[in-house]
Design a protein around this ligand. Sequence first.
Ligand code: PA5
Length: 463
Amino acid sequence: MSKEEQTLRIDFDNMLANRIGGLYGITREELETQRVQAAKYFQELMEERSKGSHPFLELPYQKEVADRILKVARQFIGRVEDFVVLGIGGSALGNIALHRVLNPPNYNELKEERKDFPRIHIIDTIDPDIFSGLLRLIKLEKTAFNVISKSGSTVETMAQFLIVRNLLKERLGRNYNRHIIATTDPENGALRQIAQREGYITFDIPKGVGGRFSVLSPVGLLSAAVSGIDINRLLSGAGNMDYRCRSDSLWENPALMNSILQYISYTKGRHISVIMPYSSALEGVAEWFCQLWAESLGKRLSLEGQVVNCGPTPVKALGPKDQHSQLQLYMEGPYNKVITFLAVDKFNSTVGIHDAPEEDLQYLSGHTLGGLMEAERKGTQIALTEAGRPNCTIYLPELSAFHVGELLYMFQLQTVLAGKFFRVNAFDQPGVEAGKINTFALLGRKGFEERKKVLGAFLSRLS
Ligand code: PA5
């Protein structure tokens, strides 16, 4: 098979009753019962898409945007030593995922290998120690900051931005604005107004594309391009997955099949959805997926307005590390989990294990670390299957931009389809508002005076 023909593969067999038994596996009849409904939901989604409702699905085809990103990226490559992303949640996790999976491990330390490409720092925290650590590391005059916020008002990102803007002004005077790129809503929000007023380079987060669905927009693509990731291949991979997911038949559409298997598992008591890559590079993708799955599906109200308090709990594990930590629980604990393995057919490096004179270690002779990784993954997969624990495996032929694009696109589509099965709005996040309001009140933001009084009374009862 040629490189171009290779594509992501998914093996669902270990989810099914004929593999793991009828008690915990999904039967053909259960799938058959949902088949017509699944087709209906898929057609509904495509209908909504044709009316422009889900612009994230069109991101693979934004050629002009990709061209402009590459143009702007070239302005910074070779001119700055550090490129810092300021953002949080969906405005950072996609960047982290891309950087970790498509740049070499220890990328920032590989000065020779990186050549002109700057170091990348994605600061999705307001931890003062991390922030001051960053400031000690970089030279402001040799750094560009990409401030990313769809709303343009997220407290963590705006706090980071205010610090950086001030420092840049102090150090660089009137040219400070050349060091800030704002990625935000095309019209609304404080960040958009500031960027326009102060003359930053800006990128739009398209209308209707929410944070956790924005990795293939300028949100994720700019820092990727600045570090030399082939964003056009990433988008082609996403487009290829879009093409593969055009059927309303479960057996032909991996995103639809994944969503229904996860949904049926949930209805049968498998409330925890573990994602377990056997590749450290994919750990960031697993974290990104956890946010996508949790924020999209964890909801109090159904689309019909009933209180449902539903949603699978995503958990990230890492192979083989978590074989020595979580696996005991997955093998023998409650039957409340479904496990998705991420496997890589071919790692970027081959590291042979040296022959051992010690008899007990001779079985390792002639093997590689990649081969050992595969044996451990297969061993774990079979052990779980034999123990009646539902699991499936997504295989990436290699860690390339194309296959990562396929994976990210499939996960996003799968999430929206799962939202239809769960009957929830996959695009909102009302549950995070309460905490935000309390934070604003505690910080004394105008308009939150009443809430401040309530919190004051609450806190005095505690003390
Ligand atoms: O996925 C989401 O919508 C959220 O996680 C947001 O990305 C996060 O809250 C940050 O929001 P914003 O991009 O508006 O700063």
